[in-house]
Design a protein around this ligand. Structure first.
Ligand code: 5GP
Length: 260
């Protein structure tokens, strides 16, 4: 497979064309951004960890029948994925109140929700990804009723699976963001899970200590982001005896190789 030109560069990933019109390469950057790009930095090794963690979660979801864009991981930072037309909605799934909902509604951080809550945000950085109602989605043709019905069904299965997967390794799944896309197969549009699922897109708290093992370490200046992401990867059985230092070293080695 040949890597072609850059098609799109987002905050944390770059998409490259390939010689197959249905497939693209997703490259995980080390850039970290928060608060609608107002806070930015580079955290060496983050992209490597997110690539591995997202691959693990999406391939497990594939095994339980959740169709998604992952074809295969290529190397430390890249995956081959199916090219989809992204539905311009961020689907936020909450099991425990934290983050924006606590500020927006005055709910105490850590409040366990009676049942999973799904929120919709319009994917628009300029507008700060505003919360929208399901009716807005239909009013402005961002997705059809049939598509949202399918997405909701997938979301609940994904949430159930992920809660169990993380619970098994001593992690509480507080909330997360999902994106879905339309993939054309045999002339039909199929709705599949897209983007990434990683500590950048989930809130993950240690079951016993409530220690944050996710991007809030960056948002809240808690430090030690790489050790926290490495801890998630190790608990999921992705990185075995490797330490956080080795994840970063691999990045260094691969960039040295590229420069040669
Ligand atoms: P909140 O609405 O509290 O900011 O975010 C809820 C959950 O969705 C968190 O796990 C957060 O990481 C994720 N999330 C929401 N919007 C974004 C986004 O634009 N980028 C990323 N990486 N995660 C997001």
């Amino acid at each position: 497979m040949k890597k072609g030109k850059k098609l799109y560069e987002g905050k944390a990933k770059i998409i490259y064309a390939t010689n197959d019109k249905d497939l693209v390469i997703q490259y995980f950057k080390d850039d970290a951004t928060a608060f609608n790009n107002q806070k930015k930095t580079t955290i060496e090794g983050k992209g490597v960890l997110n690539n591995r963690i997202s691959e693990h979660i999406l391939s497990n979801l594939g095994q339980i029948g959740i169709k998604n864009h992952l074809v295969k991981r290529l190397n430390m930072r890249e995956q081959i994925i199916k090219l989809v037309e992204i539905i311009p909605i961020e689907f936020i799934v909450r099991n425990v109140a934290s983050g924006s909902i606590t500020k927006r509604l005055g709910i105490e951080d850590g409040t366990v929700l009676k049942e999973p809550l799904v929120e919709y945000c319009l994917k628009d950085d300029k507008l700060g990804d505003p919360l929208v109602a399901e009716e807005h989605i239909y009013a402005f043709d961002w997705a059809t009723k049939e598509e949202i019905k399918k997405v909701k069904k997938m979301i609940l299965r994904i949430n159930d699976f992920m809660i169990g997967m993380f619970r098994g390794v001593g992690i509480k799944l507080i909330d997360f963001k999902l994106e879905f896309g339309r993939f054309k197969s045999n002339g039909k549009n199929e709705i599949i899970l897209a983007d990434e699922i990683s500590p950048d897109t989930c809130r993950l708290w240690d079951t016993v200590t409530d220690k944050k093992l996710d991007k809030d370490r960056f948002r809240k200046d808690l430090g030690d982001l790489i050790p926290a992401y490495t801890e998630v990867a190790k608990r999921l059985g992705i990185l075995h005896e490797q330490s956080n230092v080795s994840a970063v070293n691999v990045t260094k080695i691969s960039s040295i190789k590229k420069r040669k």
